[in-house]
Structures are given as C-alpha cells and as structure tokens.
Ligand binder design. Structure first.
Ligand code: SF4
Length: 77
C-alpha cells in the first residue's frame, strides 16, 4: 500500500530582495546548508533542519544584519 507523504518541513530561506551577500550566515549554519553561487547566497532545503536540531535559536537568522532569512513550511510535491 502506498501512503502519500503529507509531512511538512520547516526550512530557512533567504529573501534576495534584502540579502546584501555579506556571507555572515554561512559559518553559523551547523549543517553547512548555506552556500554561495555567483555572489548570491542560498540555503539547501534538503540540508536545512529549520530548527537547527536541538537549538531553540536560529543562528543564521540571528546573525543576518538585514533580516533577510526567514522560516517557511515546505510541502511535499
Ligand atoms: S547574513 Fe543575511 S545578508 Fe548576509 S549573506 Fe546571509 S542572508 Fe545575505
């Protein structure tokens, strides 16, 4: 029997309207989910754990000087 995956996942994303490509978030990610490509920074949603494992804070969100990182729910496709 095939049971559809309806679980949602909490992930962090970068709003590129605000991001100034400072790179401060990269070393703060405990799972190395943030990467740079062509001077823009992105978060790999397959690596991002949203809640950073056991941590209640979000290191990437807290370090961003322009509040460009936000959390969102991702629904299975
Ligand atoms: S810390 Fe914020 S402004 Fe800097 S690269 Fe990351 S998302 Fe962009």
């Amino acid at each position: 029997m095939n049971i559809p995956n309806t679980a949602t996942t909490l992930v962090a994303r970068i709003n590129h309207d605000y991001c100034v490509s400072c790179g401060a978030c990269v070393p703060r990610c405990p799972v190395n989910a943030i990467y740079e490509l062509n001077d823009n920074f992105y978060i790999d949603e397959y690596l991002c754990e949203g809640l950073c494992g056991q941590e209640s804070s979000h290191p990437c969100i807290n370090v961003c000087p322009v509040d460009a990182i936000y959390l969102t729910l991702v629904y299975p496709s």
